[in-house]
Design a protein around this ligand. Sequence first.
Ligand SMILES: Nc1ncnc2c1ncn2[C@@H]1O[C@H](COP(=O)(O)OP(=O)(O)OP(=O)(O)O)[C@@H](O)[C@H]1O
Length: 254
Amino acid sequence: MIKLQNVSKSYMSPNGVFQAVAPASLHVEEGDVYGIIGFSGAGKSTLLRMVNLLEKPDDGKVYVDGQELTSLSKKDLRKARQSIGMIFQHFNLLNNRTVAGNVAFPLEVAGIGKEEREARVRECLEIVGLTEKINSYPSKLSGGQKQRVAIARALASRPKVLLCDEPTSALDPQTTRSILAFLKEINQNLGVTILLVTHEMNVVKEICNKVAVMENGHLVEKLSLSEKEIAPKTDIAKLLFEEEFTEKRGVIHV
Ligand SMILES: Nc1ncnc2c1ncn2[C@@H]1O[C@H](COP(=O)(O)OP(=O)(O)OP(=O)(O)O)[C@@H](O)[C@H]1O
C-alpha cells in the first residue's frame, strides 16, 4: 500500500548539509498498522512526511496504492493526497471553525457538494463518537476530543492510508488508550492502512503489527510484532524491545 524506495532528505544547517533521512526503503502492506519508533531527532517525522510529499524527498521514489507520487504533477498529487489522511501531535484544527467546519474543510477543498459534505461530516463524527459536539469550537474541547475531530477530518475523504505523527504524545495515558482504540477500529473496520510515528513503545505494543526503528536518520531495523519471539538485532532495538517485552517495565519514553 505504501512503498518507499531509497528516499532521502537533507537540510541546510549553519554547519553545512545535514542528512535528516539517509536513503531508506519501507514497505507497508495493506491492512498494516506500521510503527516507526526512535529517539527525538532520528528522522521519523521527516520520513513520514515524505509519504504524502509534505517533505519532498531529495532522492528515491514514493508509491501509495500503486501510484508513484514522486512522478505526479501538482494537480494529480493533490488528487492522490485525498486518499492519504494525516493526523498530528497538536491536532492542527482551525480554531475559527466549528467541529463540523473542520471536518468539512478537506471536502470543501476537494469541491464536494454541500449535501454530500454534511452527510460525510455526520458519518465521520459518528465514527469517533463526537456527534454531540458538531457545533462546538475547538477551544471548548479536551485534547482527546480535538484529536478525535482531527481523525474525523482525516477520514472525511475516505482515505486508504492514515499517517499519524505522534498522535498521542500530547495526551494523558487514559486518553491515549481511547485514541489508540479508535485508530485500531478504523484499521479493522474501515480497512485503513496506518503508518504511525511515535517515541512511545506502549503505543507500538498496543496497536502495531510491524515496527521500524530509526536512529540518526537511518532505518536500522524492521520487526514483525506478530512473531511469538521478537528478536531485535541492533543495540537500539534491543534497548527498546527487550526492556519492554522481557522486563515488562511498562512505558519507555525514548
Ligand atoms: N525543515 C527543516 N529544516 C532543517 N532541519 C530540519 C527540518 N525538519 C527536520 N529537521 C531536522 O532533521 C532531523 C530529524 O527531524 P525529525 O523531526 O524528522 O525527527 P523525529 O525523529 O521526528 O524527532 P522528534 O520526535 O523530535 O520530532 C532533526 O535534527 C531536525 O532538526
